[in-house]
Design a protein around this ligand. Structure first.
Ligand SMILES: [Zn+2]
Length: 302
């Protein structure tokens, strides 16, 4: 089965936080154990946003990526290149549009480096727009809209996880290519500001976008208690809104300090497949959610 995960902060954990290998939720061995075919790893711009040393952080994360490549993981520039692979493959993404602040040419620079998707916001306001966490009602800044259109022109998926609602609707209503949410849950099931409303989910369904459901317990349940069953409930909710063909996994591994008790690392992903099976999803439906939906999303964006 082609299993894909659209978000993890392993490069930060390795290259910047210097977490020891035994504490990492994603390692080559754990990806193999979990049968993961395509693991997205983000270049996160860091907790201080553009007030921090973004260039230095990204350089350290790229060094961590090189370390993983030396350990035998191969990188792809398009999820479809990983199809049929028995070995885990890596897809590089960005989390934080601060990397695009110095001019539109930076989008092409990162695209040339193999970045195929980018979250334009983390929790800090930047030159592109405002975060969900900020509570800001302003939409994308003019420069932000230009960055989004440049990403779309270059075939870089626009990732709306962490973006505020007004910014989301600017992309949905004012641009032509469907965005994705690489690691987001459902607000109808957990009231966290980072989660997607049903209206946003319906817009992603109608536009042909994509949602990777996050495994962070505080995004899954108001009381912070969650297991693989609870992740399956969020997936189920998106399916009930018509999203059976646009939903998948966005673990946030190595970016979260707690996990569901039965999804502690990439090696435990089969527990989530089993939970979907217990909810009545057949093998074809599970294969769609596990990875084929992501392949289809990338076929929809030029
Ligand atoms: Zn994140």
């Amino acid at each position: 089965m082609f299993i894909a995960d659209t978000h993890a902060d392993t490069l930060w954990a390795m290259g910047v936080a210097h977490r020891p290998p035994e504490e990492l939720m994603i390692t080559p061995a754990r990806l193999r154990e979990g049968g993961v075919t395509l693991q997205t790893l983000a270049l996160w711009t860091g907790p201080k946003g553009n007030r921090g040393p973004v260039g230095e952080i990204v350089a350290r994360e790229l060094a961590a990526l090189a370390e993983l490549e030396r350990a035998g993981l191969t990188r792809v520039e398009d999820p479809r290149e990983a199809l049929g692979s028995v070995e885990p493959r890596i897809l590089l993404s960005v989390e934080g549009g601060e990397v695009f602040e110095e001019g539109l040419h930076t989008v092409e620079d990162f695209r040339r480096r193999g970045v195929r998707m980018a979250a334009i916001l983390w929790n800090n306001e930047n030159a592109i727009g405002c975060s969900a966490k900020s509570g800001e009602k302003r939409g994308l800044k003019p420069y932000g809209l230009a960055v989004v259109r440049e990403m779309q022109r270059l075939g870089m998926a626009v990732d709306v996880s962490h973006l505020n609602e007004a910014g989301f609707w600017d992309i949905a209503n004012r641009t032509d290519v469907p965005p994705m949410a690489s690691h987001s849950c459902c607000r109808a099931l957990c009231g966290h500001c980072r989660n997607l409303s049903d209206e946003q989910i319906r817009a992603l369904v109608e536009g042909g976008g994509y949602i990777g459901v996050n495994f962070y317990p505080w995004f899954l349940s108001d009381d912070g208690r969650a297991d693989a069953e609870r992740v399956a409930e969020h997936i189920d909710h998106i399916c009930q809104l018509g999203g059976a063909g646009i939903v998948g996994f966005g673990s946030d591994f190595d970016g979260i300090e707690v996990t569901p008790g039965d999804l502690r690392h990439a090696g435990e992903l089969p527990n989530l497949l089993a939970a979907l099976g217990r909810r009545g999803y057949d093998e074809a439906a599970i294969a769609g959610i596990a990875g084929e939906n992501l392949l289809r999303y990338f076929s929809r964006i030029p």
